[in-house]
Design a protein around this ligand. Structure first.
Ligand code: AMP
Ligand code: GLY
Length: 428
């Protein structure tokens, strides 16, 4: 079978790596890929948003399955086009992907269906929003409605900060049309977890749980990033919690979409805040795999990913037994100097091969490229050093041992990935 993967991050490298282990996969293509992916797949020079060109490629090369990594092509309707042309593709349609591409759509759906989420109000007028902030007080959360690459969310602890966020979204229009509407939400307290499922719109199969680390610095300080590391499982997601999330979040979400005539197929991700009482509140939905959660989660997947993807596309997920490895996994992201702001590029990376000689270690590439036959940095998040171990402490130790072998100028990584899990399990 031939498979095309769309995307260029650590998540896509993990997908390609998993596909490369499948006995039914003969050839993998990736658009556009990165330096690590290039070692396992043929990277193709087609624009990620040129759906017509991608479709031509899929027809010409007789590709059997396309897997979409990032949200952008999904929210622009790549699945709708491919399905219309009878091509197998993993991901939700444009209408279903609104769960991620419009926060107002997803919050309204949650409210109408009793899915636990922070109380909120939607504004199109700057003045009304400002008035509301002053009336509500702080802490408060300000969010742009549309896609903003994870940067459109502001947690304000003072009224000034909240109004500043409003100005950035609505007046400076830092996120363009994504800021036409703004959401103002109550600020929730608790522990965050990422909960991802496979679904064909009828059957829901949970993945192993995970947790990522959004802030750039240790102890959750500094700016939000795409994610600086992740581990799986997340001890906060107990078996009982998994049951609650499926019953109170996943099933009602998919049912609510069905009632609007939308079948959700692909991966559904709920970013949760679990409060002291154990209620899981939905902070956001994503219509795709998380990055970097995918790196530890797919490291633990035993079942052939193509088997799952094809069953989803053909709406017979109930026929697949999805199996996971017991061993936990930890991924530590190494980023470029300056990230998540303006960052350095073009620095030579050394030591990746040596790091991978350590047992249980895999280094997933994200922002990397080839330059004069050398691998250099080309993005904010550069590598995801991922290790599996007998327990979280073991996996974590291996990941940090592997990092010691890797070098590039200005490299940055958090030293406390998975420490919260260790505090909980006391298994270190
Ligand atoms: P989102 O993109 O909506 O998931 O928001 C990004 C991050 O902002 C989340 O992972 C949380 O850390 C934080 N966040 C979002 N909404 C809230 C909320 N209502 N209360 C507290 N923190 C939030
Ligand atoms: N790591 C969070 C995300 O993928 O959105």
């Amino acid at each position: 079978m031939k498979v095309l993967v769309i995307g260029s991050g650590g998540r896509e490298h993990a997908i390609v790596w998993k596909l490369a282990q499948s006995r039914s996969v003969d050839k993998i293509y990736c658009c556009p890929g990165n330096a690590g992916i290039a070692g396992m797949a043929e990277c193709i020079d087609v624009k990620q948003d040129d759906f017509a060109a991608l479709l031509d490629f899929v027809k010409y090369e007789w590709i059997d399955l396309t897997i979409v990594g990032p949200e952008d092509p999904l929210s622009k309707g790549i699945v709708d086009l491919f399905e219309k042309e009878g091509r197998r593709i993993l991901g939700p349609t444009k209408a279903a992907a609104q769960l991620e591409s419009s926060k107002v759509f997803s919050k309204d759906l949650m409210r109408a269906n009793g899915i636990p989420t922070a109380d909120y109000k939607v504004f199109t007028s700057y003045l009304h929003a400002e008035e509301y902030i002053k009336m509500k007080g702080t802490p408060i959360v300000i969010k742009a409605d549309g896609l903003a690459a994870g940067k459109g969310v502001f947690i304000a602890s003072t009224t000034e900060e909240a109004i500043d966020a409003l100005r950035i979204i609505m007046k400076d229009r830092a996120f363009g049309d994504a800021g036409n509407k703004v959401l103002i939400e109550d600020c929730l307290q608790g522990e965050e977890a990422s909960f991802m499922v496979f679904t064909d719109g009828k059957t829901i199969v949970p993945m192993v749980s995970s947790q990522d680390h959004k802030r750039i610095f240790d102890n959750d300080r500094g700016l939000n990033t795409g994610g600086m590391g992740a581990y799986s499982p997340a001890p906060v997601v107990t078996e009982a919690m998994e049951h609650t999330v499926i019953e109170k979040v996943m099933k009602p979400t998919i049912r609510a979409l069905k009632a609007e005539g939308i079948t959700y197929k692909g991966i559904l991700y709920a970013g949760l805040m679990i409060d002291k009482k154990g209620t899981p509140y939905v902070l956001e939905y994503n219509c795709r795999l998380g990055d970097p959660e995918t790196q530890p989660v797919l490291s633990r997947l035993e079942t052939d990913l193509t088997e799952i993807a094809i069953a989803i596309a053909e709406e017979r997920l109930d026929q697949v037994q999805v199996r996971w490895k017991k061993d936990p996994a930890v991924c530590v992201v190494i980023s470029s100097e300056g990230y998540p702001g303006a960052y350095r590029k073009g620095d030579v990376i050394t030591g990746v091969e040596e790091a991978e000689t350590l047992e249980g270690v895999k280094v997933f590439h994200a922002g990397t490229a080839f330059q004069d036959d050398k691998i250099v940095t080309s993005g904010g998040r550069v590598l995801g050093v991922t290790a599996t171990g007998s327990d979280i402490a073991d996996a974590r130790r291996k990941a940090y041992e592997a990092i010691e072998k890797i070098h590039f100028r200005g490299m940055h990584f958090r030293k406390d990935i998975a420490s919260r899990a260790l505090d909980r399990c006391c298994n270190h």
